[in-house]
Write a protein that binds this ligand. Structure first.
Ligand code: NAD
Length: 281
């Protein structure tokens, strides 16, 4: 049987470490504060925002919540971000995506001061990651690196194949694995013989956004398989991009869905907030 990489346990461990860190920082007179902005009332976004606020409360991070109506203009949103950029007590600013169609998402991301860009989406943060400088890193791929490291899985020298090239998962994942000295290949919708490439992987990261697409034909015997996908199947149960039951018997380690990559995203967001406050000092 493969090693089951337990994201629930590892994220809980990270949150405990952060809780202790925040307590120690408070004793030194440093507080941590995250501003969370949601425009409109998309139910999925409300769940994500609620979970982020809960995690802040647990760790001891103050969260400021801005629930703006759907008809908020881009100028109003940018003005709020501008104010929060100036506030010394705010360490992180997060605008829950997606924003309504009349708002330019990229303009919103660019408006957040890079030193408060705890989602790691600002072009400056992405550029810093690309050239190996300090900056915030997109939370899901940063969480995957933690999953691998804390499960004792070596990255250096490994063939790492990523399925998907999105700005929030695939591309930063490639840069992070490269930073850890993996040999990295990024595949995407234009890749010709996907199975031929994925079967070379010692570490395979599936961020393709298609339920259970990755079956054992895509996986080399003994590979480590990281499943980023989150979907609801026909029975309303969560599943990933990987067909878990089919793939688990052939790999050496695998993340389940739920309880694998998912819980790591919020843990890394909390980590970025704490780092932002510590760096400010
Ligand atoms: P996306 O839709 O932006 O990107 C999907 C990528 O897959 C694209 O780059 C595309 O080129 C590639 N692709 C599509 N079809 C392909 C095919 N047949 N062969 C090869 N490549 C193909 O998705 P995303 O935002 O990167 O998210 C991917 C998945 O991860 C989704 O299921 C999403 O819900 C999930 N996700 C989970 C978390 C988390 O916290 N666990 C965070 C972000 C995304």
């Amino acid at each position: 049987m493969p090693q089951i990489i337990n994201g629930k346990e590892i994220s809980a461990q990270i949150k405990e470490e952060l809780k202790d860190k925040v307590k120690a920082m408070k004793e030194d007179g440093i507080s941590v504060c995250l501003a969370v902005i949601q425009v409109g009332d998309d139910p999925a976004s409300s769940v994500y925002v609620g979970n982020k606020k809960k995690a802040c409360a647990y760790i001891g991070i103050t969260s400021l919540s801005y629930e703006l109506p759907e008809e908020t203009t881009q100028e109003e949103l940018l003005a709020l971000i501008g104010e929060l950029n100036k506030r010394k007590d705010v360490n992180g600013i997060l605008v829950q995506l997606p924003v309504p169609a009349h708002i330019d998402k990229d303009a919103v991301i660019r408006a957040i001061a890079p030193e408060k860009d705890v989602d790691g989406f600002h072009p400056q943060s992405v550029g810093a990651l690309c050239i190996g400088q300090e900056g915030f890193v997109s939370c899901t791929p940063a969480g995957i690196i933690q999953l691998l490291k804390r499960s004792g899985i070596e990255i250096a020298g490994k063939e790492c194949v990523i399925i998907g090239r999105s700005n929030i998962v695939g591309k930063p994942m490639a840069l992070l694995l490269l930073r850890e000295n993996g040999t990295v290949t990024v595949t995407h919708s234009g890749t010709k013989d996907l199975k031929e490439v994925t079967r070379r992987a010692d570490i395979l990261v599936a961020a393709v956004g298609k339920p259970k697409m990755i079956t054992r034909e895509y996986v080399k015997e003994g590979a480590v398989v990281i499943d980023v996908g989150i979907h609801r199947n026909e029975n309303n149960k969560l599943c990933g991009d990987v067909d878990y039951d089919d793939v688990a018997p052939v790999c050496s380690a695998i993340t389940p869905v739920p309880g694998g990559v998912g819980p790591m995203t919020i843990a890394m967001l909390m980590n970025n907030c704490v780092e932002s406050a510590a760096l400010r000092q």
